[in-house]
Design a protein around this ligand. Structure first.
Ligand code: G6P
Length: 369
């Protein structure tokens, strides 16, 4: 088993460290930065569909649903198609309004999740076109869908999803760019510059992983926390949700992810010196707003752990701990900001003596309702 873990103590840690490679694999043969071109063989016969699509409905569960939320930001921003993101389990029982001009994107690592399969079947009956974003080749969902794009992250053993999530986000980024290119909602020069950056993301993740020991040090300080709050804005919000989910799944610490601005409508009441607040505070268009949210937390004696852009000084002066990630276009923030949160949860869980690869009560794939 040690051999399978490639010298890492747990599959989860191995899979976290595999991400530069898994994302490279996911992009291979699909992006041509010099030409400013994205190629997605799996959905190439459906260009007319998304040129005419009224909207895209993303259905998924768990971590895959978080990837869907990132997809919403990207597809709306670049391809200008309205997107709704639905929990498959809710969608399937709601008598949803679906037309033949809708595209449903089902995201699933395993390709076997019962609720996601039922949501696909329902949408299919009602005439929608279904795309799959799956990791396991030949699983049930890829067989149920009309077309799709595999994530090619390789087998994921740890129950808490890590490399599959970043690969899903990568595929959704490629889909957003592909749709934008086809619909003409992005200029060629913008696409070239984005693809040049995207190609370098695996290197930037490698650099982010160098903070592992430093993050272990932070984990030592928070291993006995009973609660944690994760805040982000824009596409930093799904990153916050995913950070909170990782922590609760494997360390059993109660954690919540919130859009930073919503804090004042509830979670702010929970903040005291016992409450670690992890804030995605990178240099994006909402940077200044996030800074005021950090001030609100500090004013109530909360402990702030901020994910910041390399070289940041403003947040550094306010936060109790900062973890730097390399600068990148806002479109790629989720791919980078997720990495330190995965490591933080991992180390906290290990320090608490939890079984990180097989957390209690959870299954890798949920094939029953
Ligand atoms: C389970 C797993 C999660 C996963 C979710 C959806 O809850 O423990 O890691 O995100 O199912 O699974 P899927 O295979 O559809 O992505």
């Amino acid at each position: 088993e040690m051999l399978e873990k490639g010298g890492y103590e747990h599959f989860m840690l191995k899979e976290i460290f595999e991400q530069p490679r898994s994302i490279r694999d996911c992009m291979r043969g699909r992006i041509y930065p010099e030409e400013g071109k994205v190629q997605l063989g799996g959905i190439k016969d459906y260009t007319e569909k998304f040129k005419n699509a009224d909207r895209i409905i993303i259905v998924a569960c768990g971590t895959s649903w978080h990837a869907g939320l990132v997809g919403e930001y990207l597809i709306e921003e670049y391809a200008r198609i309205p997107v709704e993101v639905e929990y498959a389990s809710e969608f399937r029982y709601r008598n949803p309004i679906i037309s033949e001009k809708d595209i449903v994107i089902a995201i699933s690592q395993s390709g076997e999740t019962a609720d996601t399969m039922a949501a696909i079947e329902l949408a299919k009956e009602r005439g929608a076109t279904i795309f799959g974003v799956c990791n396991v080749v030949g699983a049930s969902i890829p067989r149920l869908t009309h077309a799709g794009v595999y994530t090619h992250a390789g087998p994921e053993i740890g129950v808490a999803s890590t490399k599959a999530f970043t690969a899903q986000v990568t595929v959704l980024t490629l889909m957003a760019f592909y749709m934008a290119q086809t619909k003409g909602t992005i200029t060629q020069s913008k696409l070239i510059s984005l693809l040049i950056e995207l190609e370098k993301i695996p290197d930037l993740i490698e650099r982010t992983l160098l903070s592992n020991d430093y993050i272990l040090g932070i984990a030592e300080k928070f291993k006995d926390s009973r609660n944690a709050l994760f805040l982000g804005r824009g596409s930093g919000f799904p990153v916050a949700l995913e950070g909170a989910l990782k922590l609760k799944e494997i360390s059993y610490i109660h954690a919540e992810g919130y859009p930073a601005a919503e804090m004042k409508h509830g979670p702010i009441a929970l903040i005291d010196e016992e409450m670690p607040v992890v804030v995605i505070a990178t240099k994006t268009s909402s940077y200044e707003k996030v800074i005021s949210n950090i001030q609100e937390v500090k004013a109530r004696k909360g402990v702030v752990i901020a994910i910041v852009t390399e070289g940041d000084t403003e947040v550094k002066n306010m936060a109790d701990y900062v973890i730097e990630i390399p600068h990148a276009d806002e479109a790629f923030l989720p791919l980078l900001a997720t990495i330190p949160l995965q490591l933080l949860s991992y180390h906290i869980a290990v320090l608490r003596g939890c079984n990180v690869d097989q957390p209690r009560n959870l299954a890798k794939s949920v094939t029953v309702e």
